[in-house]
Design a protein around this ligand. Structure first.
Ligand code: PNS
Length: 176
């Protein structure tokens, strides 16, 4: 019997800032991890962006959220994504598209990456419809301004955000 094609030995990278990780990211991680043998979720190390959480904190949150998935690794990278992917033996880059507004930026990146290393393919997954409006930037803005992000990020990420933006209230939640 001819062997059926397998993607078991495909290594993919899901790169991003993950500042912080959202339920949209987690949906994409779970779905793409079923399509490949190994998925490396990798945090861009770019302090110039002045992130809310350090790379180590973001990696720890990703680990905590993906602990039940067997074929996921968490890592960080700097420099060119395609060089990092190649050094990891990855042939696929995973990215999510939420809306038409994501398309132009993603297209530019995918084409530049293909020009740099044609052997690495970018694979786009459409965001789950329940997550198509979520972004790390908006989540941070809503929490900073006192809004509720329940259901948009894992519960423990919600707590970390509250600690970061409202440390006094978290330590002393009962108003005097
Ligand atoms: O979550 P983000 O911020 O949209 O992720 C962007 C990311 C990390 C995928 C992108 O900035 C990136 O790949 N940076 C690494 C530097 C690089 O390779 N630049 C050329 C890409 S065309």
């Amino acid at each position: 019997m001819p062997e059926s094609p397998t993607t078991d030995n495909v290594v993919a990278i899901y790169p991003g800032s993950f500042d912080p990780l959202t339920n949209g990211h987690l949906d994409l991680i779970a779905r793409s991890s079923r399509l490949v043998g190994r998925l490396i979720v990798s945090v861009l190390n770019n302090e110039a962006k002045q992130p809310l959480f350090s790379v180590q904190e973001r990696m720890a949150m990703l680990r905590e959220a993906t602990g039940d998935l067997p074929n996921i690794e968490i890592d960080s990278f700097d420099g060119l994504l395609v060089d990092y992917a190649s050094a990891q033996g990855a042939t696929v880059i995973v990215r999510g598209i939420r809306a038409v507004s994501d398309y132009e930026y993603e297209l530019q990146m995918a084409l530049m990456n293909r020009r740099l290393r044609p052997e690495i393919e970018t694979m786009f997954l459409m965001s789950g419809e329940a997550y198509s409006f979520i972004s790390s930037r908006l989540v941070k803005e809503v929490v900073r301004l006192g809004g509720d992000v329940r259901g948009l990020v894992p519960a423990f990420v919600e707590s970390r955000l509250a600690e970061r933006f409202r440390p006094a209230q978290v330590l002393n939640p009962v108003p005097r």
